[in-house]
Ligand binder design. Sequence first.
Ligand code: DAH
Length: 347
Amino acid sequence: MTDIDNLKNDLLERVAASTSPAEVLRAPELKALYAEIPKQEPAERRAYGQRVNELKLAVEAAVADRENKLSEKTLPPIDVTAPFDMNAAQPALLPAGKGSTHPLMREMHTIEDILYRMGFMVEDSREIDDQYHMFETLNFPKGHPARDDYDTFMTVETDKDGEPLIAPAHTSTMQNRTLLKYKNNLEKDEPIAVVVPDRVFRNEDLDARHEHTFHQFEGMYVGKNINVGMLIATLQTFLQEYYGKELQVRTNPFYFPFTEPSFEIALSCPFCEGNNKDCKVCSGEGWIELLGCGMIHPNVLKAAGIDPNEYTGFAWGCGIERLVMMKYQIEDIRHFESAKLDFLRQF
Ligand code: DAH
């Protein structure tokens, strides 16, 4: 082995062991090697210079490699959700060990669990959408007066048709996408059975029962010979599971452009069952209006390329806060987003 090879091995070993490997590039031995170049016989100078240069490149590559390894080891993993700058001193006031799931999220998982056991797939919704999914595919043509019932928030940014984007006012915006995604089920003689929970937004006057931001879950079931009886049985089964007791449901005729016929479902009060005139949950009525539902309008099926003469289906949309408030007798919807620990710690 030549001196140059020996030195190369030595320098590479030093790089591998060093915590500041760039220093090795300034080693006096390396400098001395450079000083040797002009002293070489003219015939050998070029080849010698080349070997010194190769050595330097090898050491540089090793330094870069080592630096990468060191930075991987010493940087803490980045928590992109951390409410503070990971590079600054971390606040002492976040006892993560004492955190807990937000009651709404916990209930949402319970709801998903029940419906999953009943045969429904769970799909994610989205928090920004276009007019096509918010209205057109749901049988609200342009200029339809029912569009005004969904007074919501829009962006300055526009979609490809020049229309503002929308913070969805209901999870029904997912109906078209869900039908398209699961359409193949029908060819396999399987139903489309999907629930879509998520956050929705409305321009509301705020009070104990109304928030501008809340949660819903949409349910859809499509197949052959599906009827209203199945819709009611499905919802009644779900609600009884959720409240853990036998309950009655009542349907009132209603109007939604995307269902025909449409209903509002009221639930017998799970607390007083109609036996307490002073019940705070149902105001002594014995019934609580809970959700909108109906048989999916043929135009909604058509918009997803499903033949309404062959297939029928039902759908519903239910506010999650409403369900949870009733379950735990929570008197004000604004508690959920208040971040008040004395509220959250009760769950
Ligand atoms: N999207 C309606 C709302 O938020 C609720 C609804 C009614 C959803 C009927 C449905 C349905 O899927 O079939 O007011």
